[in-house]
Design a protein around this ligand. Structure first.
Ligand SMILES: [Zn+2]
Length: 95
């Protein structure tokens, strides 16, 4: 019954994870139904990679559009974001 120190190993893994995380650019996280809506819906939407705000009426292949919220030219069309691998689609937790 010697006291082990799993905490330190844990902490190191976490630290590495954090460091790796910093290199990942922002991603847009949407649910499956949202993604389908953005891909097949009538209105095109885009997202700002700088602040994550949604931009309605954005062409699917838009890139570097100006964000109405933060003013940065980081708005991309949803399809463009998919191509760039900037969209994380997660399953909805409906219980
Ligand atoms: Zn923005």
């Amino acid at each position: 019954m010697s006291p082990k120190a799993p905490e330190s190993a844990h902490r190191r893994a976490k630290f590495l994870g954090n460091r790796r995380g910093q290199r990942i650019m922002n991603t847009i996280q949407v649910t499956e139904s949202e993604a389908q809506d953005y891909m097949f819906g009538l209105g095109h939407v885009g997202f700002c990679l700088a602040c994550g705000e949604r931009a309605d009426g954005c062409e699917p292949d838009a890139s570097n559009y100006r964000c109405e919220y933060c003013g940065k030219h980081e708005v991309y069309g949803f399809e463009e974001l998919l191509v760039m691998g900037k969209v994380e689609i997660f399953e909805e937790d409906l219980g």
